[in-house]
Design a protein around this ligand. Structure first.
Ligand SMILES: Nc1ncnc2c1ncn2[C@@H]1O[C@H](COP(=O)(O)OP(=O)(O)O)[C@@H](O)[C@H]1O
Ligand SMILES: [Mg+2]
Length: 379
């Protein structure tokens, strides 16, 4: 079993700061995704954990042991690359057993290990073939089997499904999840696909421009994004973000008569962070919006995307802001013709507010704890 700890780990290539000092503790058995756009430093981070890339500075601990300068083979970690990298001249069985044979493991023990992984991945029927005969998905299963057979304490996977088509990616995603459930090995998984990260992770590390933007559970990064980057990057479509101005207990939207009441749990934090008339970005997920005829928020239906079970209404507020997207369930398929006007609300419990000067979310105030202890009176 393994915990992985990064302390101020950074990487500089020449004058390119590929990973800015990063701190992260990955718990034993945890499935963590490093998620972010191309070039943000995900692969470099993974390679530093594996030992394939030396850190520029910082410390990497595995189970509390400092392995920063240990050789990759001394780290007890398996690395599954995006490309299958199977040996084309060997059968699937020999490919899978290769790391064990290299260690000098006994034949009987190897057979037991192969039996286990072949069961998990349902690839018995492939053992006698050479990789060239297999489909992309089966090659990827064999690559996974070869990593699993070593029973490593941790897995590092770099976009392992990146080369597969969408349907196969979905199947393999479910298999990786089932594998993790069965083995419970600590896993660090790199992807630029936020849907994949949401589906697989216990926690997601959202990265952009060589920096960690937020670390949180899928629900936390989705509902409580730490900044505007995360709000836009997570979710498809991303969070609705409307430019407004603070006016006491109201948000006004320039160029539009709509107003929104500041929810009670945001009153004090907004007044503390902003001055009257300051710009503020209001954020809410499309499914946090609902049609409501007596709402103070109004716009014009600009486009309608039909998705079968639901539809997305794009509502133009007539301001510089992108249209607000309202998610409607199938039972709300009442007609909303393009160009018609629409009143909608956003669930106050699902609202987020961002300071456009910093891009950071403004945290709500904690609900005051109810006093249940009797007050002690000293004589
Ligand atoms: N071996 C290398 N030499 C120089 N620059 C590199 C090297 N590897 C990666 N980089 C640079 O480091 C940055 C992060 O790259 P990478 O970790 O591969 O990003 P990601 O995996 O998120 O797409 C990029 O700007 C990339 O060009
Ligand atoms: Mg990469």
């Amino acid at each position: 079993m393994a915990t992985i700890e990064l302390r101020d780990v950074e990487k500089i290539f020449g004058d390119n700061h590929a990973v800015k000092p990063m701190n992260l503790t990955i718990k034993d058995g945890e499935f963590i995704c490093l998620l972010g756009p191309s070039g943000c430093g995900k692969t470099t981070t993974l390679r530093m954990i594996s030992g394939l890339e030396a850190v520029t500075s910082g410390t990497i601990l595995l189970d509390g042991r400092n392995v920063t300068w240990r050789h990759p083979s001394d780290r007890d970690i398996a690395f599954v690359f995006q490309l299958y990298a199977l040996y084309p001249h060997m059968t699937v069985r020999d490919n899978i057993s290769f790391p064990l044979r290299a260690e000098g493991m006994k034949r009987e023990e190897i057979d037991i290990r192969i039996g286990e992984v072949v069961d998990i991945l349902r690839i018995h029927h492939l053992l006698k073939y050479k990789p060239g005969k297999l489909s992309g998905g089966d090659q990827q299963r064999v690559a996974l089997a070869r990593a699993l057979v070593r029973r490593p304490s941790a897995f590092l996977m770099d976009e392992p499904l990146g080369a597969l088509d969408a349907e196969l990616r979905e199947t393999m995603r479910a298999e990786i999840k089932a594998l993790h459930h069965a083995q419970n090995a600590t896993t660090v998984y790199v992807t630029h696909d936020q849907i994949e990260a949401m589906a697989l992770s216990d926690r997601i590390v959202v990265m952009s421009a060589a920096e960690v933007q937020q670390v949180g559970t899928p629900a936390e990064v989705y509902y409580e994004p730490a900044n505007l980057f995360v709000a836009r990057f997570i979710g498809s479509p991303g969070m609705n973000l409307i430019d407004g101005q603070l006016d006491g207990d109201l948000i006004r939207f320039p160029g539009n008569d709509s107003t929104m009441a500041v929810p009670a749990h945001f009153r004090v934090p907004l007044l503390a962070a902003l001055d009257k008339g300051d710009d503020v970005v209001v954020g809410f997920r499309p499914e946090a919006a609902a049609i409501s005829d007596d709402s103070t928020m109004a716009g014009e239906v600009y486009a309608v995307d039909m998705h079968g079970g639901y539809k997305l209404l794009h509502v133009n507020l007539g301001t510089a802001t992108d249209p607000v997207i309202v998610h409607l369930r199938a039972d709300r398929l009442a007609s909303h013709p393009m160009g018609s006007s629409l009143r909608f609300t956003a669930d106050p419990a699902m609202l987020r507010f961002f300071d456009p000067k910093t891009g950071r979310a403004i945290s709500p105030s904690e609900t005051a704890p109810v006093q249940t202890q009797p007050v002690e009176v000293t004589a």
